[in-house]
Write a protein that binds this ligand. Structure first.
Ligand code: CTP
Length: 399
């Protein structure tokens, strides 16, 4: 994903500095060539050796180090980087950049670069709320510097509030589009994910085992490639990907309304959600009490088929459905492809090992409207998402 990209990871002196090691690992895993610059106070929290081992390069610490200057030098670092990512970024570092100070290797490199710069500030809540800090950040934003905002929670200093460094994965997701994968730039991708819940009464519902992981992986992958992503999600236990417009729904009827309201602006629609086909005819306003009867019948009625409806008004949108089956995979998947007027369907046999709802991997077969099929091996859901987008992009280019 980041093959051929050079990232300069700046680490400043905050307790969250240890989280930068995980961020570094994610960047390296994605194929980036990562060079680390640490400020003097960052080295009080984590040793350069840790970053050196994980990045495979010597860590840069000194502005006027003869050895380091000879090897790469701050101007060369500033020129080579596709992105400068500072995580964690202290109030001090941001303050210095905001007033144009360049008194160490990191601030000098930031001043000297034309690459995009992303700051991930992390600090005590009162520092974060301090109008001086806020003014510095606003000034840098006006100049085109990027910020991923800290999240709320219990801080190391004992305070509770905004100031925590976001998860490394969230920072990674935020950083990716800044490195210019833009195959889907200007396109809107609408993704649905997760199960729906059909309420029986205030404490019970009908649903299915969908975790939402496949749909979330697709939304993340599309956003990384520069798309504007709208993610319509049923109830799931997942962190929403950075940079996507999340619309949370509960029932199939709500999902239908949300999708139909968004469909017009979408160039690609990917319906990974496991929509409940039926809902109770009546929802009881009070909890249904147990009775002496041995049997209870709940009458169900059909939900709207969102995908079939989209297929009827397809226009030039690229429409992708999913087919989760337990038997006769090809037969049912190709029926759905035709009947719902899709361009592509992602079929999986949920009884197969490594496939299906809750795991992190999937085993899928792709069927295309023109009649071809493609069998994919067992892969992580992120990798499946990447292949789906490759196929969609190739077909969009051919339209
Ligand atoms: N789908 C939908 N709205 C529904 C039911 C399904 O949009 N009410 C979509 C799903 O998001 C998926 C595709 O249709 O992309 C196939 O869903 P699936 O449940 O496998 O198929 P059904 O058409 O419901 O058929 P069956 O349950 O008989 O397999």
């Amino acid at each position: 994903m980041l093959q051929g990209k050079c990232v300069l990871l700046g680490v400043t002196g905050g307790i969250a500095a240890y989280k930068a090691t995980e961020l570094l690992r994610l960047l390296v895993k994605a194929g980036a060539d990562v060079h680390v610059v640490m400020t003097r106070s960052a080295q009080e929290f984590v040793t350069p050796l840790t970053f050196q081992t994980l990045s495979g390069h010597p860590v840069h610490t000194e502005l006027f180090s003869l050895v380091q200057e000879q090897e790469i030098g701050h101007i060369s670092l500033a020129d080579r980087a596709d992105l400068i990512l500072v995580a964690p970024a202290t109030a001090n570092l941001i303050g210095k950049v905001a007033v144009g100070l360049a008194d160490d290797l990191l601030t000098t490199t930031i001043m000297a670069t034309k690459a995009p710069v992303l700051f991930a500030p992390a600090m005590n809540t009162n520092m974060w709320e301090n109008p001086i800090y806020q003014e510095n950040q606003a000034k840098l934003e006006r100049y085109g510097y990027h910020f991923i905002l800290p999240v709320s929670g219990a801080l190391a200093c004992g305070w509770e509030g905004q100031g925590k460094l976001p998860d490394p994965q969230a920072i990674f997701d935020f950083a990716l589009p800044l490195m210019g994968s833009d195959e889907l730039a200007g396109k809107t991708v609408l993704v649905t994910a997760g199960p729906t819940r059909e309420e029986i009464d205030p404490v019970r519902f009908l649903s299915n085992y969908s975790s939402g992981k496949m749909g979330y992986a697709i939304a993340r992958a599309a956003s990384r490639r520069g798309a504007h992503v709208v993610l319509v999600s049923g109830p799931v236990n997942l962190e929403p990907p950075a940079n996507v417009e999340l619309i949370q729904v509960v029932s199939a009827a709500e999902m239908y309304a949300a999708v139909m309201a968004q469909a017009d602006q979408a160039n690609v629609i990917i319906k990974a959600a496991a929509v409940a086909d039926y809902r109770p005819v009546e929802r009881s306003a009070c909890k249904t009490k147990k009775s002496a009867c041995q049997k209870l019948t709940i009458e169900l009625e059909l939900n709207p088929d969102i995908l079939a409806e989209l297929g009827k008004q397809k226009g030039d949108r690229f429409l992708v459905g999913f087919a989760a089956e337990t038997h006769d995979l090809n037969k049912y998947a190709s029926q759905k492809l035709q009947q719902k007027n899709l361009d592509m369907i992602v079929a999986n046999d949920v009884t197969q090992e490594g496939a299906g709802f809750n795991g992190d991997t999937n085993v899928v077969r792709l069927l295309f409207a023109e009649g071809s099929t493609e069998e994919l091996p067992r892969m992580s859901k992120d990798a499946v998402a990447a292949v789906l987008l490759d196929r969609i992009i190739a077909r969009l280019a051919a339209i």
